[in-house]
Design a protein around this ligand. Structure first.
Ligand code: SAH
Length: 397
């Protein structure tokens, strides 16, 4: 029964809820009522599942079953409209979840100007031309960035989350719960409101593979977010890329490349010593893509480290023959991160080399840097939240 051990309804699928109801002597349609309340109405207590008879609600309460919606402990709002939520779970652990409203017609939160472009070209339908967002900033193309683990074990040298180490995996219910809590707080609802979802928050989704896959399935089947609006990013856990290729419900794939050769990548991302570029590229090249789908490669540009024209040429060589696009991310700085952010000209030069080689390359607009919500910055508020008194600077590596 998977998540039933955690005693939360969030994380359970239809068959599991049917058997839970069966154990209470209830008919199968009760499962539909719960699914609707938990994933679509996003209630936060059993009491609020008004379609369930009171004795059933009481039996659930007696079994200490709860919904399992994470608590929004804090939220920080950026000048650009991005909101960084600190989400707390039952055991007191917390992760960060980021809401990126689409404000200026720029890229989606997955960094995909290309994605947007393709969407505009291929999706003729505009569901509601007159639809006005209820919350001002949501113009129907917002993105939620969710976490898959408390902390991260991968140890990328430029990422703040790495400084935390990994505390634990999130359950599927906790992964889905972040989405439900944000949708609730922002007062938006897919599919009416267009929501993109990226598994690009704290943690490495492919090191919490089963829960990630279960969460993706629930998000598609129950919450109603389309597969093609979801992207999972991996640092390069190669065996899981092959597993992922065979999943029935499969979001789009992004791979954090971040270096143009093995020596550099092993230095920046120690996991490259286990799964090197040859292994990674073999998995990427054989990854089964759907129509109008490509693999996204993310490349964090570190001033004077991996951002030279020679690096760009090496990247172009590596990606030759892969149906892909590249998202370039100029380093988002943070305390304890010993790298510098390259200037815009250097970034543009890198981008141009890729484009000249025929690779679609986009520069990702940083979102919420001022509140530490941008890529690789998800760490600081955990400290604020768990450290009484002033914020303590993280140890430098
Ligand atoms: N662990 C997964 C999911 C996290 S995605 C992965 O590595 O893909 C987070 C993205 O932000 C990754 O592409 C990562 O390379 C990038 N990133 C990490 N630290 C960063 C930083 N300081 N500045 C900009 N991007 C960063």
């Amino acid at each position: 029964m998977g998540n039933i051990l955690e005693n939360t309804l969030l994380g359970l699928d239809r068959p599991e809820l049917i058997s839970l109801m069966d154990s209470l002597g209830q008919p199968a349609y009760r499962a539909s009522q719960i699914l609707d309340a938990v994933y679509r109405q996003r209630v936060d207590s059993i009491e609020q599942i008004s379609t369930l008879p009171v004795p059933v609600r009481q039996s659930l309460a007696e079994k200490e079953v709860s919904i399992g919606l994470p608590k929004i402990e804090k939220q920080f709002v950026s000048q650009d409209g991005t909101v960084r939520y600190l989400m707390q779970f039952a055991d007191g652990q917390s992760v960060e979840t980021v809401w990126m409203p689409e404000g200026d017609g720029g890229e989606a939160g997955d960094g995909s100007e290309a994605g947007d472009l393709a969407e505009r070209l291929t999706e003729v339908e505009d569901p509601k031309p007159n639809h006005r967002p209820r919350q001002g900033q949501n113009q129907g193309r917002s993105t939620i960035c969710i976490s898959s683990q408390v902390g991260c074990a991968v140890d990328c040298q430029f990422c703040l989350t790495a400084l935390l180490g990994v505390k634990r995996n999130l359950t599927a219910g906790e992964i889905v719960g972040q989405v439900c809590a944000v949708l609730r707080d922002q007062n938006v609802s897919p599919p009416k409101d267009r929501i993109n979802l990226v598994f690009m928050g704290m943690g490495e989704p492919f090191l919490n593979y089963d829960n990630f896959v279960r969460a993706a399935r629930l998000l598609v089947e129950e919450v109603g977010i389309a597969e093609r609006r979801m992207t999972v990013s991996t640092a390069g856990i190669v065996p899981r890329i092959y597993d992922f290729a065979a999943e029935k419900v499969r979001p789009k794939l992004a791979i954090s490349l971040n270096a143009s050769n093995d020596a550099l990548r092993s230095q920046l991302m120690p996991l490259n010593k286990k799964w090197n570029l040859e292994m990674l590229m073999a998995a990427a090249k054989t990854f089964p893509l759907r129509t109008r789908e490509w693999v996204t490669f993310e490349y964090v540009l570190l001033g004077g480290v991996n951002d030279a024209p020679e690096n760009a040429k090496e990247v172009a060589e590596l990606l030759r023959g892969v149906r892909c696009k590249v998202n370039l991310i100029a380093l988002n700085p943070g305390p304890g991160i010993d790298f510098t952010t390259p200037g815009t000209e250097r970034v543009a030069a890198f981008q141009n080399i890729l484009r000249q080689a025929g690779i679609p390359a986009f520069v990702r607009r940083p979102r919420g840097r001022d509140i530490y919500a941008a890529c690789g910055q998800l760490k600081r508020t955990v400290e604020i939240a768990t450290t009484p008194g002033p914020v303590i600077a993280p140890p430098s590596m």
